[in-house]
Design a binder for this molecule. Structure first.
Ligand SMILES: [Zn+2]
Length: 195
């Protein structure tokens, strides 16, 4: 459950970003917030299925959650992460939504026949295991000061992507895309002012 999806596969499938250490970051990055109105990369439904399929190595098995439930967890995660980044208190409804998703498919640990550690999700309580695992990941991230200190929003002002800067100098979501675009724009600004 810890293998990351390949960023190139996600980009080729039409997602602006992906392959981050946590699935929750890939999920929040499926909504582009700078365009008005924002762009939902999980639409249409075919894209949503494709995204969950690409995350299969690190989310529990089970049905793909419906669009509304996915959006609710994505907005809640975005809200608590943005609140952290801007130093404000998150909206209470976002915290409630995350807690509801996390507890909707509770987990238990067990030992497999060959002695391996296994986590089981219990969707029989009416929830969705995939969303429960992403909500749990969000809660664990917020509770982990060391990881949380690495949370960044892309340095490109036209980009809303979030990521964990595993290398301290990382500023861009995808350096080859946003980094270049921003460097080109800055260079253009500079030469334009000079002329
Ligand atoms: Zn970016």
């Amino acid at each position: 459950m810890t293998t990351r999806p390949n960023v190139n596969e996600l980009l080729e499938a039409g997602f602006g970003m992906g392959g981050e250490r946590l699935a929750v970051l890939d999920l929040v990055d499926t909504e582009l917030l700078v365009p008005d109105p924002s762009i939902d990369l999980l639409e249409p439904a075919g894209q949503r299925d494709k995204w969950w399929a690409l995350q299969a190595s690190r989310v529990p098995e089970g049905p793909v959650p419906d669009a509304a439930a996915t959006r609710r967890v994505r907005s809640a995660a975005r809200e608590v992460l943005d609140a952290h980044l801007t130093g404000r208190r998150p909206q209470a409804t976002a915290i409630e939504d995350l807690n509801a998703a996390s507890s909707s498919a509770p987990q238990s640990v067990r030992l497999s026949a060959d002695g391996q550690f296994e986590v089981r999700y219990h969707p029989e309580y009416g929830g969705n295991a995939k969303l429960a695992s992403i909500a749990r990941e969000t809660i664990e991230l917020l509770a982990d000061a060391e990881q949380l200190a690495l949370l960044r929003r892309c340095a490109n002002p036209e980009c809303s992507m979030l990521f964990l800067a595993e290398h301290k100098r990382r500023q861009w979501c995808v350096g080859s895309i946003c980094g270049n675009r921003t460097r080109v724009a800055r260079h253009y600004e500079k030469t334009r002012k000079q002329s």
